[in-house]
Ligand binder design. Structure first.
Ligand code: NOS
Ligand code: ZN
Length: 361
C-alpha cells in the first residue's frame, strides 16, 4: 500500500474535475460574505464538512444541490479568476501535471458576465495559477472543458463556444447534471455540430443511470470518453470470476479503448458504488478497459487526486506501476493534440515514475 506522500510525489493526470466542485471552503466563505450570499454554515472548516455530508446523502440529485453555494460565489470576473487560479495551484501542489477542468459557463451569468467573459476569466485564472505553481517549482498544464447542463437547452450554444475557444485553452465539451429524465440524445444537435467541427467531447453517462445512457452516449452521440461510465459493469457477467463475460456494449467500449473517467469517492457518495472496495474500478482495470481515475468534485468529496489513488491503493493493493498505468491511460485519453500528449507521457509522466523507482532502490 502506498502512502499519501509517495503518491503526491509522482505525476498524475486528471481528466474529470469540476471547477465549481473544487472551490476551497475558505474561498466560498470569504466571497459569500462579501456578496451577501447566505451559507448553511459559516465557519470554513464546518463548511467543508457540510459540503461532504450534504453531498454524501446517497443520490445524485441531492449531491448536485450543494453546487448552488459554489456557483453563487463564481459570478464575477474577479471571483472566477480567483477560483480558477486556486484550482490550478491546488492541483499542482498535489502533483497533478495535466488537468482538464470542466464547468458550465451558462451558470455564471447572474451578475452580468457574458459567456465569453466567463471563459476569458477562467482562462486568466488558469494562466495565473500555472505561473504561481511554476514559481513554487511545480509544472502543470491546465485546460478547460466547457459543460452544458443537460436539463437546460443551451448545449448547441455552449458547443459553439467550446469550438470558438479551441485554440484558447478549451479542449472539449461535456454535458452534466441530473441524468434521469435528461438523456444525452436531447442534445444531439450539439454533438452533431461538434463532429462536423472535428471537436472532442465527453458525456456524463452511466453514473446515476445505467447501460441505456452509456449506449446512447456512445452509439447515438458519439462521445470520445465517458464521464464516469462506471455502470458499464452491468454489462459484464462476473458470475464465474475466473472467466468474466462481456456483453456487446461492454465489449465495444473495451475494443474501441473508450476512456472511462471513473471517480471512486463521488460514486460512493451518490450511491453508484457501495464502497471503494466494491467499486468496479478493480474489475474494469483487470479486464483491460481504458480506466482513468479522477476526483469529480474535490470539495464535495473532501478529496484530491492523490487521495483517490491512496484509497484505491488501500482497497486493491495498487503500487506505483498501477498508478503509472492509470496516469499514462489518462494522458493517452486527454483532449490535447496527439504530439502534446506524447510529449507529456515521454517527458513528464514516465520519467516521474522512473526517477521514483530509482530513488527507492
Ligand atoms: O458527478 C456529477 N454528475 C453529474 N453532474 C455533475 C457531477 N458533478 C458536478 N456536476 C454538475 O456539473 C456542473 C458543472 O460543473 C455542476 O454545477 C454540477 O451541477
Ligand atoms: Zn462529474
Amino acid at each position: 500500500m502506498l502512502t499519501l506522500e509517495e503518491i503526491r510525489g509522482v505525476p498524475k493526470v486528471l481528466l474529470h474535475d469540476h471547477l465549481d466542485g473544487g472551490v476551497r471552503p475558505q474561498t466560498v466563505a470569504e466571497i459569500a460574505e462579501r456578496i451577501g450570499h447566505r451559507l448553511p454554515v459559516e465557519d470554513p472548516d464546518d463548511l467543508g464538512r457540510w459540503f461532504a455530508d450534504a453531498a454524501g446523502s446517497g443520490t445524485l440529485v441531492r449531491y448536485l444541490e450543494t453546487f448552488e453555494h459554489t456557483v453563487a460565489v463564481m459570478q464575477t470576473t474577479e471571483d472566477l479568476v480567483r477560483v480558477a487560479r486556486e484550482c490550478v495551484v491546488d492541483l499542482a501542489g498535489d502533483g497533478v501535471v495535466y488537468a482538464e477542468v470542466r464547468w458550465a459557463p451558462e451558470q455564471h451569468l447572474t451578475a452580468g458576465l457574458t459567456l465569453t467573459g466567463a471563459v476569458d476569466a477562467v482562462r486568466e485564472g488558469f494562466a495565473q495559477g500555472t505561473a504561481e505553481a511554476q514559481r513554487a517549482g511545480r509544472t502543470i498544464v491546465a485546460r478547460q472543458i466547457l459543460t452544458a447542463m443537460r436539463h437546460q437547452a443551451r448545449s448547441l450554444e455552449i458547443a459553439e463556444l467550446a469550438v470558438a475557444y479551441r485554440d484558447s485553452g478549451v479542449v472539449g465539451f461535456d454535458i452534466a447534471g441530473a441524468e434521469a429524465g435528461y438523456p444525452p440524445t436531447r442534445h444531439l444537435d450539439a454533438f452533431e455540430y461538434l463532429h462536423r467541427e472535428n471537436a472532442h467531447f465527453t458525456i456524463h453517462a452511466g453514473e446515476a443511470f445505467g447501460l441505456p445512457s452509456i449506449w446512447q452516449a456512445i452509439q447515438w452521440c458519439g462521445a470520445d470518453r465517458l464521464g464516469h461510465g462506471v455502470r458499464i459493469i452491468d454489462d459484464v457477467d462476473t458470475s464465474d470470476p475466473s472467466a468474466p463475460r462481456l456483453g456487446r456494449l461492454a465489449a465495444y467500449v473495451r475494443d474501441k479503448r473508450i476512456p472511462l473517467e471513473l471517480c471512486p469517492s463521488s460514486n460512493v457518495q451518490t450511491g453508484a458504488a457501495a464502497s471503494i472496495a466494491e467499486h468496479p474500478v478493480g474489475t474494469l482495470a483487470d479486464l483491460g478497459f481504458r480506466v482513468t481515475v479522477n476526483t469529480d468534485n474535490r470539495l464535495m468529496s473532501q478529496t484530491s487526486m492523490s487521495r483517490e489513488m491512496a484509497l484505491l491503493s488501500e482497497a486493491f493493493g495498487y503500487g506505483l506501476d498501477d498508478l503509472r498505468w492509470f496516469s499514462v491511460n489518462a494522458m493517452k485519453s486527454a483532449f490535447l493534440p496527439f504530439d502534446e500528449r506524447l510529449a507529456m507521457i515521454q517527458d513528464v509522466v514516465k520519467p516521474g515514475y522512473d526517477t521514483r523507482s530509482l530513488d527507492t532502490l
